[in-house]
Design a protein around this ligand. Structure first.
Ligand code: 6PG
Length: 231
């Protein structure tokens, strides 16, 4: 199931999304006594994370990882771990467990195995995902044109994360499409006219848009995807 919710500003989007997200987290903890979240990096979801940090949840029962990470020091301005700790984790009264993708390996390729083992041990299955999307239709670090795009997007991939070398960008680690789909719900949080046009091009036509990696996510029936777009 794919739903599209459009709002004129970020506050309206958060007002609608946040209660749904926190209700799902509470329901999951009620049943499983734990909840595994994967959170996107980038800029768009920051206001949502700031609002989420004020919510009274059983944070000690929540595990958080990232949908992807740039292979930079965790105090680097480009580090998604750095952003999540500043915008969310360091603001919480109780501490969720944070499962990093970045480790001491020199390269993302060398670090991906250890990162995958940690995810398999600590978060074998996701419950909710907050995803972003680039203006090129990438999500997580699943970029068109990367050499291992098929492995990243394959439903048969058993790896939880894979190292990625997007053209002209730092080395990264991305969660795999198959691992993202292990969630019960994915929230795609996006903004701006270019991203809206990509979503409508995919949802409003039967044509294949394989040139946008997000096309696959919006044409699957395994995991519900709720799109929250704001101007
Ligand atoms: C990253 C993100 C990435 C992001 C999109 C959108 O590490 O860059 O995880 O997938 O979600 O690039 O980024 P913005 O929200 O900043 O546009």
């Amino acid at each position: 199931m794919i739903t599209l919710n459009s709002y004129s500003n970020v506050n309206e989007s958060i007002q609608q999304l946040l209660p749904k997200l926190t209700a799902l987290i509470e329901q999951t903890i009620e049943v499983k006594k734990c909840c595994a979240l994967a959170l996107a990096g980038g800029n768009t979801p920051k206001p949502l994370y700031k609002a989420l940090s004020k919510e009274r949840l059983a944070w000690e029962k929540i595990s958080i990882t990232l949908t992807d990470e740039r292979w930079v020091a965790v105090d680097h301005e480009d580090s998604n771990e750095n952003m999540i700790k500043h915008v969310l984790l360091n603001k919480l009264a109780a501490k969720p467990s944070f499962i990093p993708l970045k480790n001491d390996a020199i390269t993302a390729q060398a670090g991906a195995i250890e990162a995958g083992k940690l995810l398999a041990e600590e978060m074998p299955q996701l419950d909710m995902v907050i995803l972003g999307m680039g203006e090129d239709g990438h999500f997580a670090s699943i970029f068109l044109g990367v050499s291992n795009l098929n492995a990243l997007l394959s439903k048969e991939t058993t790896s939880k994360c894979i190292a990625v070398s997007p053209m002209g960008k730092q080395g990264r680690i991305s969660l795999t499409y198959s691992y993202l789909l292990s969630a019960k719900t994915i929230f795609l949080v996006i903004s701006g006219e270019k991203k809206k046009a990509i979503i409508h091009a995919i949802l409003d036509s039967t044509e294949s848009h394989q040139d946008y990696p997000i096309y696959k996510l919006l044409n699957q029936t395994v995991c519900p995807v709720h799109i929250y777009w704001h101007a």
